[in-house]
Design a protein around this ligand. Sequence first.
Ligand code: XIL
Length: 487
Amino acid sequence: MKDAPAQPKRRRSGRARLLLGGVCAAAIAVSSVALVNFAYADLSGPPGTTLKAAAERSGRYFGAAMGGDRLNDSGFLTIANREFDMMTAVNEMKPDATEPNSGQFTFTAGDAIYTWATQHGMRVRGHTLAWHAQQPRFWAGLSGSSLRTAMIEHINGVMAHYKGKLAYWDVVNEAFAENGSRRQSNLQNTGNDWIEAAFRTARTADPSVKLCYNDYNIENWTYAKTQGVYNMIKDFKTRGVPIDCVGLQTHFTGGSSLPSNFQTTLSSFAALGVDVALTEADVTNASTTQYAGLTQACANVPRCVGITTWGIRDSDSWRGSENPLLFDRNSNPKPAYTSVLNALNTATTTVPGTSTSPSTPVSTPPSSPSSSPPSSPPGSPSASGQPGACTATFRMVNTWDGGFQGEVTVANNGSATINGWTVRLTLAGGQSIANIWNGVNTGTSGAVTVRNAAYNATVGANASTTFGFLVNGSTGTAPGIGACTSP
Ligand code: XIL
């Protein structure tokens, strides 16, 4: 693909939009639910009738990007809430938005998106920490070691704020040129090791979040830029530079349509030991075949963990005149929506670690061929549920005016695996559960019973699992925790 096109021209972000989002968010505290893995695979289940349900069948997510102005757009929010389980801020977590002046961090606009998304059961992708575009204005006056230091301080400042809360961070965005060499930029001029410096800083700043490199025009396996990025990831893996994922933006335009080797690209990156994701998908005129094809490619690669479209409706798109998204301006799903949904529902690979299969790796490595099965410790009963073998412990994760986020750890203190658990909670008057994950509740106020979800029934000896919930109500009074029983 010699003539891979330039990106559609970027519009500068509107400060007015950022401010609008900021005002709405002023009174909202940031909660932290993002690390919960909502998606668990169950390919035997019925087809999903929403994008997220169809993606979750195979342990994947389906994401969207939103700007702060969409927080006042009920049409957008309705679809987002119904169809998506991952959210990216369009501009609000970028360097110019989060550190407008040196050392002066502002997270109001990013937090507003984060809070809305997590309160609606979504996880959040952080986007982005180091990029040649949308930089703080003061970076323009820096170079060499002072710019390198500013970048590192920026990563530390932003990641400290979101520590433990995000599923992924696009640590570095768009650092390669079309010919496969590094893109010329002020950051590149600080030294060729600037990307690994960014990733090392990021790992230390928040070891819980997956660290991604993100770029466009890296979808075609034989394209020079794809190879340039591939070689960098390979080098990082070889030398132990921390990196967990590659984001392929997947902006398909008239000149860079879906390549037939897209799946090869995804599986080749994945074979390096990183997750891959389609992070900003949009396709000129929302070609059904291209949307089906890009979805199919992801669904065929186990480590392709999810797809994000850059907006929801054509009216949300940065390329709006190309009508490149899955919903039209009247919020109706377009034919491409159906092709994506169908492709997700026919996935045959699941994301590693999301299987519901009970035969997950609890037992011995296959080193002793014909020896008897792993024996229980002397004197213990054979491995099955022991009634009463679990304990439940509550933790207040976050409180805000009008509610709180709680987490209960279900621990198996016994010596045998338990299969199934139930925890009883008592909520204070006026409180009700708004949202719960990793557990299934009966009742939302007063005495509430929470059972395991389909995928976390099994808890090994001395192991634990957690479920979380959001409560609406005037106080942050912790619920009473009753007995944990099993099964
Ligand atoms: C775009 C936003 O959508 C616009 O609102 C903004 O004016 C420019 O940036 N690649 C990226 C995204 O990584 O951050 C870009 O987002 C689109 C291209």
